[in-house]
Design a protein around this ligand. Structure first.
Ligand code: C2E
Ligand code: CA
Ligand code: CA
Length: 681
């Protein structure tokens, strides 16, 4: 069995491009997220550090101001007190010097007070402090003249009245000043505390902001990380899906199928159940692709995938191996007929019509079935055997299912061996043309010998083409072998010419692959040239079915051959599609009537009638007629009676090696023709 390649179907490329685009968008988004996060962190750090520094400075300056204020107001209180005390001391001092000294101190303190105050005024003050200072100024303005008057009185020795004035006026006035100053002190403590509190609040706010922004950055980081994780997970899952599923239908592919089949086998083994593996191949799917196009082909494949999936249970597996090949695995079956029942259902489902691209499309399928454990214990064996069975379903008429049996394997193995041997045989030159003469019944001479291939198989002896020709055609090996045989036949014929049989021609058979090969004409020309054989001495035999593959092209090819001088015969005439209607279009020279009609020509009068009709038709078209397979004298007699002119068959000679033909060529066959036994050499 030849390996069947799965045809890749055209899939639109847009989803792939879209995937690529979205992947790029994702990557850009993530990079942007990371950059934002880093910038935010930098920003938070910078802002935080700045705020803290500013706050610290503010706190420091507030504290310094406060200290200074306290210091100054304390100094003012002290000076005010000292001055009052000074007045006392002056009033109660006996010594004149002492009094002078106190007086000097008294005025000095006034100056110091003024300096302290003016310094205090320069500091930033609250409205309350300003108000209190104004009050103090007014009170001081009231108190100072009294004090000075007392001092003057003391200097003038009016001590009693000065003491009285001190007690009644100066002290209360000074107390009022002290009172204001102590309130100022309190106010400045309060304002400092407020400032410190404000600074602390600002500090706390800054901390809060840093916390918020830091948390935001952290959150973004977490989000970005989560997105990255989700995205890579999803991308991973997508990749896995792509690697294990078929892109067109979304069904599991071969890889996943094998894994699932393994599981199904393991389960079946545990529960002593059966697993059915069905290899499904559409019949003539290529036709849909060729006539309606690949898009329609894809659509049909999708529709079939859906029908298959609908027809089986959830635990069963539907997979696509590519092209028009599907596999259905029926797991956990108790009896084989359950599996067969599913196969029948699948065939029924698939054969229902489809609406594809506005057309009603019908298709059938062939199914091969292998069953675990009977036909194999590994997924690979089961699939291979199901495939083999499918191939047999195709060979035996399609649109059916076929259970695997072990003989199929033997046949497959045989085929494989034969294929290898054929290839080796060609390489080793084990193939030779044999020749069978065609006898001119009027003259008794041989004008044509037909070359027929024989294989000198190293162990099986000489083999006729029937057992290997199809395989050779299928594998294409026939093309190379045909070239070799053509050359040998031409060389042999040229040799006979050289021996004096100059009007002898050799007829060769061409199969479909040989006739339709691209360089047929060049190949034939080369063989003739190499053998130095005139083209007139070469005949080519083609069957009707080859010509019917493409009538116009066939006619064109035959014309080319005829232009070279080669004669062309239609072989096995009467067995193919009857091409009577086309016959007049084919520019051929000869019709060879198939030996099927000759075999029973004496017992079946219908065969004789057909043969007569063909001979008449052939003559009316101006063609020569040759009958094949003439085995006995009675057949020949009948054929002669029907107007036959040229005959070929065992009656005259079996196909023989080239060397044995020489002796036949010079002979006159009239005795044989006249119903006498031939005088064999
Ligand atoms: P064919 O072209 O119809 O060849 C005639 C076949 O009939 C030959 O079988 C031949 O041996 C056989 N034959 C001749 N006289 C008689 C007879 O009186 N009675 C019976 N029963 N058979 C007779 P062979 O050689 O086995 O070839 C079978 C077919 O294989 C040929 O049919 C031809 O189609 C193909 N073939 C043979 N040689 C070649 C070749 O070199 N190239 C290609 N492409 N095909 C070949
Ligand atoms: Ca032939
Ligand atoms: Ca034939």
């Amino acid at each position: 069995m030849p390996p069947r390649l799965s045809t890749p179907l055209a899939t639109p490329d847009t989803p792939a491009t879209q995937r690529q685009l979205s992947r790029r968008a994702w990557r850009l988004g993530l990079i942007a997220g990371f950059i934002t996060q880093i910038l935010l962190l930098l920003f938070v750090t910078a802002v935080g550090l700045n705020t803290i520094k500013a706050n610290e400075q503010r706190l420091k300056s507030v504290t310094q101001e406060h200290m200074r204020k306290l210091q100054l107001s304390k100094q003012m209180v002290f000076l005010a007190r000292e001055r009052t005390l000074n007045l006392f001391k002056v009033l109660y001092a006996d010594d004149l010097f002492e009094r002078d000294k106190l007086y000097l101190e008294f005025t000095g303190m006034a100056n110091q007070f003024v300096v302290a105050r003016s310094e205090l005024v320069k500091l930033p003050l609250t409205p309350l402090e300003q108000k209190l200072l104004a009050e103090q100024r007014d009170l001081t303005r009231h108190a100072v003249p009294i004090q000075e008057q007392i001092m003057a009185m003391a200097m003038a020795e009016q001590l009693r009245s000065a003491q009285a004035l001190l007690l009644t006026e100066a002290i209360p006035a000074q107390n009022a000043v002290l009172d204001v100053l102590s309130r100022l002190d309190e106010a400045s403590i309060a304002s400092s505390q407020a400032a410190i509190q404000a600074a602390e609040q600002a500090h706390a706010a800054a901390r809060l902001w840093m916390l918020i922004l830091g948390a935001a950055a952290l959150l973004i980081g977490i989000v970005v990380a989560m997105v990255v994780i989700i995205h890579t997970n999803r991308a991973g899952r997508e990749r896995e899906h792509m690697a294990t599923h078929d892109a067109l239908t979304g069904l599991p592919n071969r890889m996943l199928l094998i894994g699932r089949l393994e599981q199904a086998i393991a389960r079946a083994l545990r529960h002593e159940l059966l697993v059915g593996v069905m290899f499904i191949d559409l019949d003539r799917f290529k036709l849909v692709n060729d006539t309606l196009g690949h898009t329609a082909g894809d659509e049909l494949i999708r529709a079939i995938a859906e029908r298959l999936s609908q027809a089986v249970r959830g635990e069963d597996i539907v997979a696509r191996l590519g092209g028009d090949e599907f596999v259905v695995v029926v797991s956990d079956a108790e009896q084989a007929h359950q599996i067969m029942h599913v196969a029948e259902k699948l065939i029924e489902n698939i054969t229902r019509n489809y609406q594809i691209a506005g057309h009603e499309v019908f298709t059938t399928c062939s199914i091969g079935i292998s069953v675990f454990p009977n036909d194999g214990s590994t997924p690979q064996d089961l699939l291979r055997h199901a495939d083999t069975a499918m191939y047999h379903a195709k060979e035996t008429g399609r649109n059916r299912y076929q259970m695997f049996d072990s003989e199929m394997n033997a046949r497959v193995a045989q085929r494989l061996t034969l294929e290898t041997e054929l290839r080796q045989g060609i390489a080793r030159g084990e193939f030779l043309p044999y020749y069978q003469p065609q006898i001119d019944l009027d003259t008794g001479h041989i004008h044509v010998v037909e070359a027929l291939m024989r294989w000198h198989h190293p162990s099986r002896g000489t083999m006729e083409p029937a057992s290997y020709l199809d395989l050779m055609e299928e594998t294409g090996a026939i093309v190379e072998l045909g070239r070799q045989l053509l050359l040998q036949a031409c060389i042999q014929c040229a040799k006979w010419h050289a021996e004096g049989h100059t009007d002898l021609a050799v007829a060769i058979n061409l199969s479909g692959k040989e006739f339709w090969q691209e360089h047929l004409i060049e190949m034939v020309e080369a063989a003739l040239a190499q053998a130095h054989l005139p083209a007139q001495s070469l005949h080519i035999e083609l069957t009707e079915s080859i010509l019917m593959q493409d009538i116009d092209q066939a006619v064109a090819r035959i014309r080319q051959l005829k232009q070279m001088g080669i004669r062309v015969a239609v072989d096995d005439f009467g067995t193919g599609y009857s091409s009577l209607a086309h016959l007049k279009h084919f520019p051929v020279d000869t019709l060879k009537i198939d030996r099927f009609f000759i075999k029973d020509i004496n017992n079946q009068s219908i065969d004789a009638e057909i043969t007569r009709a063909i001979i008449m038709l052939s003559e009316s078209l101006g063609l020569d007629t040759v009958v094949e397979g003439v085995e006995d004298a009675r057949q020949l007699e009948t054929l002669r009676g029907l107007g036959c002119r040229v005959a070929q068959g065992f009656l005259f000679s079996h196909p023989l090696p080239g060397n044995d033909i020489g002796a036949l060529l010079g002979r006159n066959w009239s005795d044989t023709i006249a119903n006498k036994p031939p005088d064999r050499p």
